[in-house]
Structures are given as C-alpha cells and as structure tokens.
Design a protein around this ligand. Structure first.
Ligand code: 2P0
Length: 323
C-alpha cells in the first residue's frame, strides 16, 4: 500500500491570514493564488501492518517537530478508509523549506494525495482540498493548477471550505521571478504569526472586513486578464497583510533589507512600463509576477540587488498528481 504524489507550491495574490476555526483549520478570509510549476514537493506514503509507528522524513531528515501535523492528516484518511495501519512518509522539497515559499502548501497537498491513493481512496479534488486544508490552509489551493480561489464557506463544519480553479495557466501564462534573500527557516511560522495577529493586531478586524473587496477585484482582473488591475490590488493586499503582521505584538517583520529593495525595484520597473508586480508571503522572499516575455529582464534587475542570494523563474503549474 504505497503511492507517490507531486504537488506544487502556490503564492497568494489575495492572502489568507487568520482563522475562523482553529480546530477545523477554516480560514477567516478567502484567498486567490497561482500554482508555481518549478517549486514542488514529492511525497511517498506507505501504509502497512509491518510498520510499527508513523514516521516522517523531509529531505532525508526525520522531522519530529512536524510529525503531529502529518499524523493529523493521516488520521483523517485512515478514518475514511477504516484502517489503523501506521505509515512511513518520505518527502522531498526542491526549494527551501519553511522560508516563505509555501512549502507547507505543496507538502500537505502531496501528502493528502499520496496517503489517499495508497489507501485506495479515489476522492474528487474538492474533497482532497478539504482534507489538505486541515493540514495547512494554503495546501487546499495546491490541489489545483493555474489560478485558484479558496472559499471560507458558510456551513461552519468546513464541508464547503475548499479551493477551486478559476482560470487555467494556458489561458493566461503569467511568469514569476522568485528572489531568494534568506535560506533559513523563519523564526515565526505562519500558523503562529496569524494567531498573534488575530489576538493583538489593531488592524486585524479591518483586514477581515476588507478582504472580500480585494477578492472580487482580483477575481475580476483574472477573468478579464487585466494585468494592471491585478497588479494594483495584489500589491495592496500583500502590503495590508504585512501591515497587520507588523502591527502585531510582538511585531512580525518578515522582511529584510533586500526584500524592501526588491519592492522598490519592482515598483520602479512597473513605472517604467514593464508589466510586473510583487507579492511577499510570511517570509523575506520576493515573488515578482509578470507577463510572459519580461521575466528575464525582471530577473536580471532583481539578481543585482545586494542581499538577493538567488533567483529562479517559473511559469504556472498543474495541480497535484499521482506519479
Ligand atoms: C497565503 N500564507 O495565503 C498566506 C500568505 C502566508 C502568508 O497561507 O496554519 O502555512 O497551516 O493553515 O497554510 C501560510 O499559511 O497556515 C499562508 P496554516 P499556512 O499564502
């Protein structure tokens, strides 16, 4: 009983920050993301009578600190399959883990698919999305490729809190330049950071209240393939999320000086007529989203900024797949 799945990371253009229900991991706000082709996790899951306890290896290292979250996800699938076998989970990321590059998104999406298939469960994507969400909110989006919207839902039990695709990558093949400014895992995880913001940030209430405006505007921009509107609202929403985080106690400043230099460089490029905008998740990396054909130019500018350690260029990718 063994299966392997590959899932890509995603970056949110309208961000998830805060929870409605911590036990079920239901987000307080909807979100819209793009799935990235070249940043992925591959996960093999094997269940069996001969395996005595659940284990989790990431990039060849036992990760006991992550084991409880992995077990919670396995437990959901074991209860669906009505089995109690332990599992061996072996996972590889081809990009830095826990550094604001959505490794929990690709990680839990790949884990959900691999564990489901190894138990013989053939769930539809929205059901996989609900299960992946309980592992990590952003993982619900990595079940799908291209442009994806995650819904809060209204039922309260999480049964309508899942993601769905809104446009395929073929329809609008945007590209993303990722500028890596730090390779270490961040000190405050998204999960802990957003919980702090909920409790202490004076701007949290406004963040939740105004999120539907950004969601409508970004959804419309994607459907109309209006890059200018997408750029304006995605940057605004990113800065709003970071304003909420920065005003938390203790303050959550995920940026370093290279992050700030990249913000200014991207804004300058757009002012000069290059179709590009930035977004930043809970970490110091910058993602510059651009139309096809300008990514090489954008990469060249970002690579020369002091503090940028590396850059990579990716197109949009597909949803989770069994391999
Ligand atoms: C996002 N982030 O929408 C936002 C932007 C980080 C900043 O989703 O607690 O790791 O596991 O549900 O999925 C990161 O949150 O949080 C995230 P949990 P997760 O991409």
């Amino acid at each position: 009983m063994k299966a392997t799945a590959k899932a890509r990371a995603n970056i949110a253009l309208v961000k998830y920050w805060g929870k409605l229900n911590t036990d079920l991991n239901i987000p307080a706000v909807g979100s819209i993301s793009i799935t990235l082709d070249k940043l992925w996790t591959e996960t093999e899951v094997e269940f069996g009578k001969s395996i005595s306890a659940d284990t989790f290896f990431l990039n060849n290292e036992a990760r006991k600190d992550q084991l409880d979250r992995v077990i919670s996800c396995l437990d959901i699938l074991r209860s669906h399959a009505k089995v109690s076998y332990a599992a061996r989970v072996v996972s590889h990321n081809n990009f830095p883990t826990g550094a604001g590059l959505a490794s929990s998104a690709s990680g839990f999406a790949a884990l959900t698919m691999a564990a489901a298939r190894s138990l013989g469960l053939n769930f539809p994507p929205n059901k996989l999305s609900i299960i992946a969400r309980q592992g990590s909110g952003s993982a619900a989006r990595s079940i799908f490729g291209g442009f994806v919207e995650m819904h809060v839902g209204s039922k309260g039990d999480g049964s309508d809190s899942f993601a769905e695709p809104i446009l395929s990558s073929d329809d609008w093949p945007l590209e993303v330049v990722v500028a890596i400014t730090e390779r270490k895992e961040k000190e405050v995880s998204s999960r802990i950071g957003m919980a702090k913001s909920e409790l202490t940030s004076p701007y949290y209430g406004e963040w939740v209240k105004t999120s539907p405006i950004d969601l409508n505007s970004v959804r419309e921009a994607i459907q109309a393939q209006d890059f200018e509107q997408l750029a304006e609202v995605a940057e605004l929403n990113c800065l709003k999320m970071h304003a909420v985080a920065i005003a938390s106690q203790p303050p959550l400043v995920y940026w370093n000086s290279a992050t700030v230099a990249c913000i200014h460089a991207v804004r300058e490029l757009r002012r000069s007529g290059i179709p590009v905008f930035f977004t930043i998740d809970a970490g110091p990396q910058i993602k510059a989203v651009c139309t096809p054909g300008v990514s090489k130019n954008v990469e060249k500018v970002l690579r020369d900024i002091p503090g940028v350690l590396d850059t990579l260029v990716t197109g949009l990718g597909p949803g989770v797949e069994e391999i």
